[in-house]
Design a protein around this ligand. Structure first.
Ligand code: HSE
Length: 455
C-alpha cells in the first residue's frame, strides 16, 4: 500500500521530534499501522532556523495554509500552538476533508466543541493525545482503557514547569537548617524565580508565555480536556477555577513537609451529586502518596474509576520525543481507521456526541476540600481563641495546628498554621474574611487546599 502523506505545521521542538521519531521508527510504525506514514510538506515561521531533525525530502514553506490546502495530503499535524491561527488552520483542514493530529491543548480546551462538531460533520478525525501530559497516553487510557468505568475523580500534575519549580523549592527547604526557611515567594536554591523558570525554558518545557505555566492556565487547558473525556461533558475551559503557584513561599513548603504533606500543583476534576468540580490550584497531599513523589518536570495523572479503583499514569509531560511519541501514536490511530465508517470511530470526547451530559461545573464556593491556613498573628492572649471561634462559627473543624516561635529580631507576630477538615469553600471564605478583619493579623491569610486523594 502507498504511504499516507502527512503535512506538518510547525518544525519546532515537537515538530522536529515528530520527524525524528517517524524516520527512526519507520519500519516499526509501518508494521503497526499497516502503511507507511510520510511527512512530505511542512511549514515553519523561519525557514533558516537550525532544526533538530533532517528535513530532506520534505517540501518546506513559510505558509501553513499552503500545507493545509495541499490536495495530496490526507492528514495534517498541527504543532504551531496558539489559538487564533491554529483554529483557522484546523477548521480549514477539516473543511478540506483531511484528518487532524494536534498537540494544542489551548486550542482543544477553548475551541474543541466547535472543532469536533465540524470534524463530525465532515467525517474526519481530530486526534489530540499529545495535548495532555505529553508522552503519557492518558487520553487513550481514559477514553478506551477505562471505558467500562464510571470515573469518579481524577487529579493530575499536568504542568511540568510548575512541578519543576515546586520541586526546586522543596530541595531548597530541605537544604536549610530551619524547615521554615525564608519567605520569599518562588525563591529556589538561592536562585530567583526567573532563573528557575529560565531553566524550565532551556529544558523545552515552559510555554511561550510562561505565565500560562506559573498561573495554572496551561494546566487548566489540560484539565478541561481530561474532565470532558472522563465525564462525557462538553469542554468548558471558561468555568475552570485556575490558581497558580506564584503565591507559595518557602515557608509554606517547609510547614507542609513538617505536617506530613507535600505541595503539588494539581488539576482536579471530581463528579459530585450537584455537578462537576473543575479546579487547578496548589494542593497539599500526604507525602506518602505515589503522586506526591512525582518530581521535577515529570507529569502524573491519578484516575479513580468505580471498577478499576485508583490508577496512576506517570511519564514525561513535554519535550521533543516524549510529545512526538503521542503525536505518532495518533498518526498510527488515524491511519488504521482511515477507511472505517466515521460513526464507528472512537468519539472525540469518549462518549457519543448526542450522549454528552449537561452536568453543571460547580462554582468554587460549592466545592468542599480540607484546607491549610497560614497566618502571621500577634503573639498575645486570646488571639488564637478568636481564630478558633471564627472557624467553629463556620462549622470548620481543626485537624492540626502549629505555632512557631517569633523570628529572631522580628516583630511581635508569630506564624500560625492550621489544617482543617473538609468544608465548603463558601464557609472558608467567610472565616478568612472574619480572621483578616480581627486586626490581630499581619497581612492576609495564606490558604491552600488539601486533598487526601484516597482511593
Ligand atoms: N508547558 C508545559 C509544561 C509543556 O510545562 O508541562 C507541556 O504541555
Amino acid at each position: 500500500m502507498t504511504p499516507v502523506k502527512v503535512g506538518l505545521l510547525g518544525l519546532g521542538t515537537v515538530g522536529g521530534g515528530t520527524v525524528k521519531v517517524l524516520t527512526r521508527n519507520a519500519q516499526e510504525i509501518m508494521r503497526r499501522a499497516g502503511r507507511g506514514i510520510e511527512i512530505v510538506h511542512a511549514s515553519a515561521r523561519d525557514l533558516s532556523k537550525p532544526r533538530i531533525c533532517d528535513t530532506t525530502g520534505i517540501t518546506l514553506t513559510q505558509d501553513p495554509f499552503e500545507v493545509v490546502n495541499n490536495p495530496d495530503l490526507q492528514v495534517i499535524v498541527e504543532l504551531i500552538g496558539g489559538t487564533d491561527q491554529a483554529r483557522d488552520l484546523v477548521l480549514r483542514t477539516i473543511a478540506n476533508g483531511k484528518h487532524v493530529v494536534t498537540a494544542n491543548k489551548a486550542l482543544i480546551a477553548k475551541h474543541g466543541n466547535e472543532i469536533f462538531a465540524a470534524a463530525r460533520e465532515r467525517g474526519v478525525m481530530v486526534a489530540f493525545e499529545a495535548a495532555v501530559a505529553g508522552g503519557i497516553p492518558i487520553i487513550k487510557a481514559i477514553r478506551e482503557g477505562l471505558a467500562g468505568n464510571r470515573i469518579e475523580w481524577l487529579a493530575g500534575i499536568i504542568n511540568g514547569t510548575s512541578n519543576f519549580i515546586l520541586t526546586e523549592m522543596r530541595d531548597d527547604v530541605q537544604g536549610c537548617t530551619s524547615a521554615a526557611g525564608g519567605g520569599k515567594p518562588g525563591a529556589a536554591k538561592g536562585r530567583d524565580f526567573a532563573d528557575v523558570l529560565a531553566e524550565a525554558q532551556r529544558l523545552g518545557y515552559a510555554e511561550a508565555d510562561p505565565t500560562f505555566d506559573v498561573e495554572g492556565i496551561d494546566a487548566a487547558h489540560k484539565l478541561t480536556i481530561l474532565a470532558s473525556i472522563a465525564f462525557g461533558i462538553p469542554l468548558q475551559f471558561d468555568k475552570a477555577y485556575t490558581e497558580g503557584i506564584s503565591r507559595i513561599t518557602l515557608q509554606d513548603v517547609g510547614y507542609a513537609e513538617e505536617l506530613g504533606y507535600r505541595i503539588k500543583h494539581l488539576g482536579i476534576a471530581r463528579r459530585t451529586e450537584e455537578g462537576i468540580e473543575l479546579r487547578v490550584h496548589p494542593t497539599l497531599i500526604p507525602h506518602r502518596r505515589l503522586i506526591a513523589n512525582v518530581d521535577g518536570v515529570m507529569n502524573a495523572v491519578l484516575v479513580k474509576g468505580d471498577a478499576v479503583g485508583p490508577t496512576l499514569f506517570y511519564g514525561a509531560g513535554a519535550g521533543a520525543e516524549p510529545t512526538a511519541s503521542a503525536v505518532v501514536a495518533d498518526l498510527v490511530d488515524v491511519v488504521r481507521t482511515l477507511t472505517a465508517d466515521p460513526e464507528n470511530r472512537v468519539p472525540h470526547l469518549a462518549f457519543q456526541p448526542d450522549a454528552l451530559s449537561d452536568l453543571p461545573i460547580l462554582p468554587m464556593e460549592k466545592v468542599e476540600t480540607a484546607y491549610y491556613l497560614r497566618m502571621q498573628a500577634q503573639d498575645r492572649p486570646g488571639v488564637l481563641a478568636d481564630v478558633t471561634r471564627i472557624l467553629a462559627d463556620q462549622g470548620i473543624s481543626i485537624e492540626a495546628m502549629l505555632q512557631k516561635a517569633p523570628a529572631n529580631g522580628g516583630d511581635d507576630t508569630v506564624p500560625v498554621v492550621i489544617l482543617t477538615h473538609r468544608i465548603r469553600e463558601r464557609q472558608m471564605n467567610e472565616a478568612i474574611r472574619r480572621i483578616e478583619a480581627l486586626g490581630t493579623m499581619a497581612g492576609p491569610v495564606m490558604r491552600m487546599r488539601l486533598e487526601h486523594l484516597k482511593g
